[in-house]
Design a protein around this ligand. Structure first.
Ligand code: HEM
Length: 87
């Protein structure tokens, strides 16, 4: 749960309008890249699905709209992480 929480916070910070996602995610992108943890881009969709499922389980006010907003917020962070996989 800790790691999920940390990830969501990092991606939320990184997805603020006008903010370079690298400011918050650069070190994590490097950690997940081929040369370290080696997390290929295809795995991110499973990770996102697990995250959305957890939100559904834990948020008593969960709705389809809540899911959609989380999806949107996570998208840019995931794109950034994937774009740095080969670095
Ligand atoms: C935007 C997406 C993601 C974020 C922000 C994120 C964030 C993090 C953070 C904060 C850590 C702990 C820091 C560290 O160990 O250096 C971590 C570790 C890790 N992450 Fe991610 N992560 C993401 C996606 C993924 C995905 C898609 C996978 C694999 C399916 C993954 C697998 C791992 C593994 C294996 C570790 C190391 C765990 C350990 O040391 O026990 N992560 N991630």
């Amino acid at each position: 749960m800790r790691m999920l929480q940390a990830s969501m916070q990092m991606v939320m910070l990184a997805s603020q309008p006008g903010i370079d996602p690298g400011l918050y995610l650069s070190r994590m992108a490097e950690r997940h890249s081929r040369k370290d943890l080696d997390i290929p881009p295809q795995l991110y969709e499973y990770w996102l699905e697990a995250l959305l499922q957890t939100v559904e389980e834990k948020d008593p006010e969960y709705t389809a709209e809540v899911r959609e907003v989380w999806n949107l917020i996570m998208e840019s962070g995931i794109q950034y992480m994937c774009s740095r996989y080969e670095d």
